[in-house]
Design a protein. Structure first.
Length: 311
């Protein structure tokens, strides 16, 4: 069985045929032009998918087209209600893709990534997992009993928008003190800028000449820079407190971390594990939650979108 899995990002769209063993065939991609009419982008994508399918000779039947899209996605109706990233509003993706003659299923991009990891990646040996994407924002995906849980109209699983600091930093969603405002790369960089202003001696000034990002901060901490070490320590606290909130609600078997920040790998994960253990995630007698790093990386979105057809 084969499905087309499409991962829509803020600047580019990538897709591929994926089979029900998780194998990814040749990849296609196109840019998302800034300011382009939203319908035009989807029609361009439709033509690209049409050419792709006719150019590849698949032995198996294509069962449908799955898409992961950032924003508030009305998955039952196949409509993008609103995407802040893409500036799309009330876009009927299913209707626009209909001329291809395949069933079209869409979901939020973090949900798609979670489904991909659950089926074929780090979460494949578990029934219940959460996936947290630590990038420009903080995305969440919930898998219960190996199935994607999306909430009413597909608008749930917004794990990044849970408050970890009452009256705290302004979040892009309109609330104050969300986990996203602290545990995203954007939040970490904001903290780093404040710390750098107070500490002119930190190596971060030198290291960030070509740009300040999460990697620069983690690298500086690993190299022993005191300011960066403190930033990472605070970051671990924010992320872990957020994770423990989820653990106490869902008690999943595992949580999978992905996105740019998860690339810090064991340096970050070992600290998060230690913090969570020390602060009792789970009272005595509750099972621990395995904390893992995504295995599929950038493929998780495509594989997960295709997996919407592999029930
Ligand atoms: Zn928020």
């Amino acid at each position: 069985m084969i499905a087309i899995g499409i991962d829509i990002g803020g600047t580019s769209i990538k897709g591929a045929a994926v089979n029900d063993k998780g194998h990814v065939f040749e990849v296609f991609s196109m840019p998302v032009e800034k300011g382009e009419d939203q319908e035009t982008t989807i029609i361009k994508l439709r033509n690209l998918v049409k050419d792709y399918i006719s150019s590849q000779k698949f032995d198996e039947e294509i069962v449908g087209i799955g898409m992961g899209i950032p924003g508030a996605i009305d998955s039952p109706r196949g409509i993008v209600s609103y995407s802040n990233n893409l500036k799309w509003r009330n876009l009927n993706v299913r209707e626009l893709m209909k001329p291809l003659g395949y069933e079209v299923r869409i979901t939020n991009d973090a949900n798609a990534a979670a489904l991909g990891e659950a089926r074929f990646g780090a979460g494949k040996d578990y029934r219940d997992i959460l996936m947290i994407t630590l990038g420009t924002g903080v995305g969440g995906g919930i898998i219960i009993d190996r199935k994607l849980y999306e909430g009413n109209e597909g608008k749930g699983a917004e794990l990044g928008h849970t408050i970890i600091k009452m009256g705290g930093r302004q979040c892009s969603c309109g609330r104050k003190g969300c986990l996203e405002a602290y545990a995203s790369a954007t939040g970490l960089i904001a903290d780093a800028k404040i710390a750098m202003e107070k500490n002119k001696e930190t190596a971060l000034w030198d290291l960030s000449r070509t740009g300040l990002n999460a990697k620069v901060i983690f690298d500086a901490a690993q190299a022993g820079d005191k300011v960066a070490i403190r930033l990472v320590k605070n970051y671990v606290k924010y992320l872990s407190e957020g994770l423990m909130n989820y653990f106490n609600i869902f008690r999943p078997e595992a949580v999978v971390l992905s996105g740019g920040i998860a690339k810090a790998g064991d340096y970050l994960i070992s600290k998060v594990k230690r913090y969570c253990k020390r602060n009792h995630y789970g009272y005595e007698g509750s099972p621990e939650v395995d904390i893992l790093v995504s295995k599929l990386g950038y493929d998780s979105g495509k594989i997960g979108a295709a997996s919407l057809f592999f029930e």
